[in-house]
Write a protein that binds this ligand. Structure first.
Ligand code: ADP
Ligand code: MG
Length: 680
């Protein structure tokens, strides 16, 4: 969106402009919406004699003594007095200029909190200015803004004031809407928060429930809803290839996979084929708990696209997972005489080049790989469908790249992590969602056990028993966030140790530092039961599918996140045999760790676990936005503002239908330079 409200009209110098940019301020609206972090009260003075302890207060007094003390540490001590009492101002860090400023006999005003110090009442690091006796007090509370070094509060306040004079604050919402939602007007909101009138206390203004803050939260959520709903509409009005499918490949695959689709799988398959047959691009998220059978649905969707004459690409977030898909798809598709290609960052340059050329010559039906598939120089002449596995694991930047790649292609995104409701309503509101809410039959539920590390020998006995019955086990090494080297070392040691303990078994080791070919080799041996116990770092967390493995041992489970534990546990319970997951914990356990382990012990339903996870970690983590540094909202908060979010969601379509100009104005105010990120 073009912006006619840039900062040039303010005639600021380059240094100031740069500082504003650092604060995320690029136009007049950003300034108008750069809201105070808090408010300071300099509207009235409190006599020292009656000033309360522990609350901010503003005093006026005369400096009667000043000294630099060196014990326990160099500090500046300034004694001040008013007719009602005396006070010490203490500065542990200070400049010579402050000594001059507070020379004996100077009249000062100081804002700070009084506390009882060893030598009497004192303020530590108060905000001080020198005054004349008759200097007027501030009429209003003083807003305090977030700022950067070299841009002081006064300057920033002045620039915001200028911006306020240059924009029109007319409302984007009608009086009727404001009345109904019980929200103040935009003009009142902005003026109140930047220039609070005298009757408001700092306590009132700092309170998130203040109607003015509610209005900003609502506006922000509304802007996001408008942008998502417009994106949704735009997509439905867009064009894509119509893919009817013929059954030429899907029918034989269904005949040979060896199982019948569950009703839930049939339902989502139907939803996807309906989408593919439309002339606008599908953006569908397929959700299903770990083990619910998303892969076969992805394969059938790919075949429908291929039957209709198009290429497919399938992207997974890790090499191991991509490779598993590659092997599975090869097994399913090559008997149908279809060409499956492998493309990942770890291929040699030459090998990559060969694959790229095959793709460009349209000789490949489906290309599978990591995000290397979406590099700019991979050109699919005939791409019709993009499938993204574990989509929420991709960062925002990668999702953007994908979005830009194909406006006309259909997209199917798979995720084992159910999106929490507030996120589904906000950041994922432009997607259609299908849910597989049923696991394939004959799965025995996974039994979860929590075992103290002291009982290691019992666990080893369980492993032996499991393998004696012809099944296999995973042994997951602890996560060591601080050091990858240490983590690797631990894995290597665990492998050595277990190889000795399980002398009659083949114990394998897999971790992130292995070459892709080595990883593939080990996974293949595990699939064929040539390896019975697989020692692994958390690389196996995502998507690995070996139905004969029925025991999962997780070391230092207390260090892992909830969804990670759920994903790991989901690696077993995929075959006919009774499965078990053993969580080894080390004492002492933090409260957070206890809370997490309790959730994973009590629940097997991924949706419930994700809900609890959101509660423990917050939504930013889920979106992967944290890494990318993109704040979700400036004012609103998805955990607290559900009601406002629902109201915004309901209002958005009405505005889009009836007041397109207000919609544009609203988006411009709140999202002028964020547009790109919101539809990701
Ligand atoms: P996820 O949804 O976690 O990706 P997968 O697609 O890997 O799950 O499926 C898990 C396992 O269940 C695989 O071994 C798969 O072949 C099997 N499976 C999938 N659908 C069915 C079904 N309808 N009946 C029996 N087994 C199935
Ligand atoms: Mg999967």
């Amino acid at each position: 969106m073009m912006n006619d409200k840039d900062l040039s009209s303010l005639r600021l110098n380059d240094t100031t402009l740069k500082k504003l940019n650092t604060l995320g301020i690029h136009n007049l609206w950003d300034l108008v919406l750069h809201m105070p972090l808090r408010y300071e009260d300099e509207t009235h003075l409190t006599p020292i004699g009656i000033a309360p302890v522990g609350q901010p207060c503003f005093i006026e007094a005369e400096v009667i003594a000043q000294e630099v003390q060196f014990r326990p540490k160099k500090q500046l001590i300034v004694r001040v007095e008013d007719p009602s009492g005396a006070l010490v101002l203490r500065f542990i860090h200070f400049y010579p200029s402050q000594q001059k400023q507070m020379a004996i006999g100077t009249r000062i005003r100081a804002l700070g909190e009084i506390r009882h110090g060893f030598f009497g009442d004192e303020m530590v690091h108060p905000k001080v200015k020198t005054v004349q006796k008759e200097d007027a007090l501030a009429q209003n509370l003083t807003p305090v803004y977030s700022t950067v070094k070299g841009l002081n509060q006064q300057t920033l306040r002045r620039i915001i004031g200028q911006a306020l004079n240059q924009v029109s604050l007319d409302d984007t919402l009608s009086d009727a809407v404001l009345n109904k939602l019980n929200l103040p007007s935009f003009t009142d909101t902005i003026h109140l928060l930047h220039n609070p009138p005298a009757q408001f206390s700092a306590h009132q203004l700092n309170h998130a429930g203040l109607p003015a803050w509610q209005r900003l939260k609502f506006d922000e959520l509304l802007a996001q809803q408008l942008s998502m709903q417009l994106a949704y509409k735009k997509r439905k009005n867009g064009t894509a290839h119509i893919m009817q499918g013929t059954g030429q490949y899907t029918a034989p695959l269904l005949d040979t996979i060896g199982f019948e689709l569950t009703n839930a799988q049939k339902k989502v398959r139907h939803e996807i084929t309906q989408d593919l047959a439309q002339q606008y691009p599908m953006h569908r998220l397929l959700q299903g708990d770990v083990g619910s059978g998303k892969t076969i649905i992805a394969a059938l969707s790919a075949l429908t696209a291929i039957e209709s004459g198009f290429q497919v690409s399938l992207m997974a977030p890790t090499e191991i997972l991509a490779e598993q898909h590659y092997n599975k798809f090869k097994k399913w598709l090559e008997p149908l005489n279809l060409k499956v290609a492998w493309l990942s960052g770890s291929l040699t340059k030459k090998a990559k080049q060969t694959v790229k050329e095959q793709i460009e010559r349209n000789e490949i039906h489906i290309a599978i790989g990591t995000h290397a598939l979406f590099q700019d120089d991979v050109l699919f002449p005939n791409l019709g469908l993009v499938i993204v596995d574990e989509q929420h694991r991709f960062g925002v930047a990668q999702r953007l790249a994908l979005k830009n790649k194909g406006q006309f292609v259909h997209q199917l995104m798979l995720s084992a992590t159910p999106i929490p409701r507030t996120l589904a309503m906000s950041f994922f509101a432009d997607l259609d969602v299908s849910v597989i809410d049923e696991l394939p039959p004959n799965r025995t539920p996974i039994k979860t056990k929590m075992v103290n590390e002291y009982r290691r020998s019992e666990i080893e006995a369980w492993v032996l028993k499991t393998c004696a019955q012809g099944q296999q086990a995973y042994w997951v090494c602890p996560l060591i966030e601080e050091s990858e080297t240490l983590q690797l070392q631990t894995a290597v040691q665990t492998h050595e140790y277990l190889s000795e303990v399980f002398a009659g078994l083949n114990v394998g080791l897999i971790h992130g530092k292995l070459k892709p070919a080595q990883k593939a080799d080990i996974m293949e041996k595990f699939v064929k039961n040539e390896i019975q116990v697989l020692v692994a770092t958390t690389v196996i967390e995502v998507g690995v599918d070996v139905p004969n493995a029925s025991l999962m041992v997780i070391e230092h489970a207390e260090r892992m996140g909830l969804s990670q534990l759920h994903q790991l546990r989901g690696r077993v319970g995929r075959g006919q045999a009774k499965s078990m997951c053993i969580l080894i914990f080390h004492e002492p356990l933090s409260e957070l760790a206890k809370a997490r382990l309790k959730v994973i012990y009590e629940h097997t339903d991924g949706f419930e676990i994700a809900r609890q996870d959101l509660h423990i970690r917050g939504p930013g983590e889920f979106l992967g936005a944290k890494q990318s540094g993109i704040p979700l909202f400036r004012f609103a908060n998805l955990e607290d503002d559900l009601e406002l979010l629902e109201q915004a969601r309901d209002l958005a379509p009405k505005l889009i239908a009836k007041e397109p100009e207000s919609v544009q104005k609203h988006l411009m105010r709140y999202l002028s330079h964020k547009q790109d990120y919101l539809g990701v």
